[in-house]
Ligand binder design. Sequence first.
Ligand code: MLT
Length: 325
Amino acid sequence: MKRLLSGVAALLMAGLTANSAMAQKVYPERPVTIVVPAAAGGPSDTVARLVADSMSKTLGQQVVIENMGGAGGSLGAGKVAKAEPDGYTLLLYHIGVATFGALYSSLPYKPAELSSVGLITDVPMTLVGRSDLPAQKVAEVISFIKAQNGAATFGTAGVGAVSHLCGILLQQAIGAKLTTVPYKGTGPAMTDLIGKRIDLMCDQTTNTVNQIKVKEIRVYAMTTPKRIGILPEVPTLQESGLGGFEVTAWHALWAPKGTPEAIRQTLSLALQKALADPVVISRFADLGTSPVPAELAVPAALDQRFQSEIARWSKLIAEAGEVAK
Ligand code: MLT
C-alpha cells in the first residue's frame, strides 16, 4: 500500500511539473489581451499601449488592448477576475482597484480573485480647469468652488477612479462640495473640459501635460509632494496650503487568480523588460512619469503596495463619509 501511494504521489508530481513546464514552454502561443477598464485615449490607455507594444516583442505574441470603461473601472476588473486563468486575459489599471472594496457594496468580483504581476509606473496628477475659469491660482479655485455652493462641476472617470479619489481628498481638504460628472474615462472628460462644458478635473499628467502646454486647459497645482520636472512652474497643492495632500496614480498589471506561477513570472519578466525599453522610458518622460524600478515590477511588490493602499483609502473614504454605492 505504501509503495502504491508513493507511486501515485510520484505520478501526480510528474503531472504537475509537466503541466507547469508545458505552461512555461508554450506560453504565450496566441495573442494576449490586456483589459484597460477606462476609455481609449485616456491616461491608463496611454500607459497600457506603450507597455503592451514593448511586451509583445518579448513575448513573441501580439498584446492587444481591450477598453472597457464604466463604474470607475470595476466592471473591467471584474471581467478579468472571472476570466480563464491561462495568462491570455490580463488587467492593467491603477490605485482604483485597491479602493473598489470600500466604495462598492457589491462588486462583480472579489478583490482576491485578482493575482498580482507587477507595478508599472506612479503617475503624478494635476488639478486643472477650463481655460476660461475665473481663477488664476489654487486659492482662487477654492473661492470659486465655495462661491458655487456645490455646483462647480468636476469631471471624473466614475466611482473609484483616481480622478474621483482625488476629488474626495480635495473636497475634504477645502471643506466644500463639488458636483462630480462621471465619464467612462478621463479621455472623454478631457474633451468636455477643453470644450468648457465642465469646470475642473484632477487628472494624470499622461492626459493633461499636452493640453496644458498648448493652453487648452489651465493647470493650478500638482498632487505630488514635490513639483515635477516637466512642469517646474506648477506649485504643489501642499505648497498652496493643502498640507499633506498627496495622491498619485500608480498603475499595475494583474492576472486572474489561479494563473500558473510560471506564466506570472514570464509576464513579470516581460514587463520588467518593457520598463527598461528606451522607447517606453522616453514616452513616459514626455508625459511626466517614469517606470518603476525592475524590482517593483514583480508580484510581491504589487501585493505589498495593494495592501497598504487598501488600508490608507478605506480610512480616508470612511472619514470623507463616502458610502459604498
Ligand atoms: C483613465 O484612464 O481614464 C483614468 O485612469 C481614469 C481615472 O481617473 O482613474
